[in-house]
Design a protein around this ligand. Structure first.
Ligand SMILES: C[S@@+](CC[C@H](N)C(=O)[O-])C[C@H]1O[C@@H](n2cnc3c(N)ncnc32)[C@H](O)[C@@H]1O
Ligand SMILES: [Zn+2]
Length: 284
């Protein structure tokens, strides 16, 4: 339920606790009176003041992601994320944070398999319109992961980060002792067959090493799983998967759709690493 996650939220202006007010679309109001009304789709925009310099995913990129993920191509990845997060989400009252939730696709699978309450954060309001529909029981927040998170200390049991930015010091602050972070990154050669055709950005080498390095100050590396998902894609799928990633900022969707229209049954392999990090037990 929406209200289950509210006690873990903190007002970004004064750090006070929030209460949920009114009826849908609700408001979040802190004890000092700072008020954030939900958008009509149900998400809350907590970003105030000057806009962030980050280039958020566009409505078209989000639509492409929704189409592709809705096709079930990455179902084995959603299963693996849920399996790795579930051990710390078995209790009712546990809380999962999806950092860079996008359309809420992976969080949806976690919520199908566990009794957890949920918070989704993304900087793109286009993404959150979808996420709010996908996960109506979660609190979906427009927020910048690079900023201090609007969450209480040690309030979260699991954080999932799927192809999205990480803020290790803040993840460490909001995670409870023994809590875990599940990070998904693409591996070298991820969808290479599609990258060659579409101008999709290829994966920079050393991504996994940089992830481990950025997390090691705060977390223990507990597990690392390499998952390969064989895909058979048609032209529309190819255009969507190319456009939903960072290349979507540089490519024209209509040009992509035209250039891939004749394709059918193209085989490709999606290559992921799922890294699990745990927060130390017994710290203050
Ligand atoms: C490649 S998408 C992945 C979305 C989702 N996790 C998924 O796999 O379907 C990256 C997401 O991170 C979001 N994002 C990028 N930078 C962000 C930031 N600084 N704060 C919050 N969200 C951010 C984007 O808007 C986008 O929805
Ligand atoms: Zn406040």
């Amino acid at each position: 339920m929406l209200s289950d996650a509210v006690p873990s939220l903190r007002c970004p202006v004064c750090q006070g606790p929030f209460g949920l007010r009114g009826a849908a679309p609700f408001s979040l109001k802190c004890v000092a009176g700072h008020n954030f009304d939900a958008a009509k789709q149900g998400y809350f925009n907590l970003l105030t003041g000057k806009g962030t310099v980050f280039e958020a995913d566009t409505a078209e990129m989000v639509a492409a992601r929704n189409e592709f993920l809705g096709g079930g191509h990455y179902a084995p990845l959603a299963d693996a994320i849920a399996r790795l997060a579930a051990p710390v989400l078995s209790e009712p009252g546990s809380l999962v944070l999806d950092a860079g939730t996008g359309t809420g696709h992976y969080l949806h699978t976690v919520l199908e398999r566990t009794p957890a309450a949920a918070i989704g954060i993304d900087i793109s309001k286009f993404a959150l319109r979808r996420a709010a529909r996908m996960n109506p029981g979660a609190i979906n927040l427009v927020w910048d992961i690079w900023r201090p998170l609007p969450l209480a200390d040690h309030a979260v049991d699991a954080i999932i980060v799927v192809f999205a930015p990480r803020n290790p010091p803040e993840f460490a602050r909001v995670l409870r002792p023994g809590g875990r972070v599940v990070v998904v990154t693409p591996r070298n050669g991820h969808l290479k067959e599609i990258a060659d055709r579409t101008g999709m950005l290829s994966i920079e080498p050393g991504k996994d090493e940089r992830l481990a390095e950025s997390m090691q100050e705060f977390f223990t590396a507990a597990d690392s799983v390499q998952l390969d998902v064989p895909l058979t894609l048609n032209g529309r799928d190819i255009a969507d998967v190319a456009f939903m990633g960072p290349a979507g900022h540089h490519l024209e969707r209509s040009v992509l759709l035209t250039s891939t229209a004749a394709e059918s049954s193209v085989r490709a392999i999606a290559k992921f690493t799922l890294s699990v990090f745990t927060a130390p037990e017994g710290r203050s």
